[in-house]
Design a protein around this ligand. Structure first.
Ligand code: OAD
Length: 233
């Protein structure tokens, strides 16, 4: 096994579950009572913008009631103390990694706090409810949609992520079902370039067989223990 210097960490909804944020693929197959395709596709927004804007307003309001948990904090500690390269790639649109203090962080599926203007294409922090149709701070048009990468759209930061995956010695996946590409394929990319791969999840993900090691349990317990060990070498 080669020495670990460069690390890429991928997180999904499972890391925020212990903070009280709902995961996407619960036992009922619904996301907060909705089918994903009714609230998370460009077609859904075209068909029923009011429903989609209200749905994301509710998710934004929920953010104010939740706090980073031990797993977010442990990754922020790793970010602060790890001397090598590190990239934390989150599929989550909540701001819990940001609030915990992670800085080497990219949100590949967008950010609940941001709006994307359909007129000028600029992204900006929007504090008013989307349902109130706030004006874009850049062009003034009232054509803001949630800055969320919906199904069928291209995730953000892919060039940076692909480069980090090609260079990493260790790829770690935390709290994701491995059901959504391209993120679900990152483990194979990293392994193609020779990385070790570790998964931490409540139960085996769809891509479990691609990992050298799978640790099953709660992120709030597994992640701090893993970070402690890694930093003690
Ligand atoms: P999922 O809801 O598909 O998967 C969450 C995973 O976390 C499951 O495998 C759970 O077993 C696991 N889990 C639950 N609680 C946990 C805990 N306390 N500790 C550790 N693991 C736990 O969520 P994602 O994989 O993140 O895309 O979903 C990927 C994408 O699908 C999302 O980013 C979203 C969605 O459509 C967009 O919004 C664009």
């Amino acid at each position: 096994m080669r020495e670990i210097n460069n690390i890429v960490i991928l997180t999904g909804a499972g890391i925020s579950a212990e903070s009280g944020v709902a995961t996407f693929r619960g036992p009922d197959g619904l996301w907060e009572g909705h089918r994903v395709e009714d609230v998370a596709t460009p077609e859904a927004f075209q068909r029923d913008p009011d429903l989609v804007l209200k749905f994301y307003d509710e998710r934004r309001a929920k953010l104010q009631t939740v706090e980073p948990n031990a797993a977010h904090k442990a990754l922020a500690r790793l970010d602060a103390e790890w001397g090598g390269n590190l990239l934390l790639v989150t599929q989550n649109v909540d701001d819990l990694h940001d609030r915990a203090g992670s800085s080497r962080l990219v949100h590949m599926h967008g950010d609940l706090l941001n709006g994307l203007c359909l007129s000028c294409g600029q992204r900006s922090v929007i504090t008013d409810d989307f349902s109130n149709r706030p004006a874009c701070p850049h062009c003034g048009e009232r054509t803001i949609r949630p800055d969320i990468v919906w199904f069928g759209e291209m995730p953000y930061h892919m060039d940076q992520i692909e480069l980090a995956l090609a260079r990493c010695d260790l790829f770690v996946s935390i709290g994701t079902s491995g059901a959504v590409y391209p993120a679900a394929g990152f483990v194979q990319t990293a392994r193609h370039y020779g990385a070790q791969a570790l998964e931490m999840n409540l139960d085996p993900s769809d891509g479990s067989l691609y990992f050298h090691e799978s640790r099953m349990g709660k992120a709030g317990e597994l992640v701090p223990a893993w970070v402690e060990t890694l930093l003690s070498y």
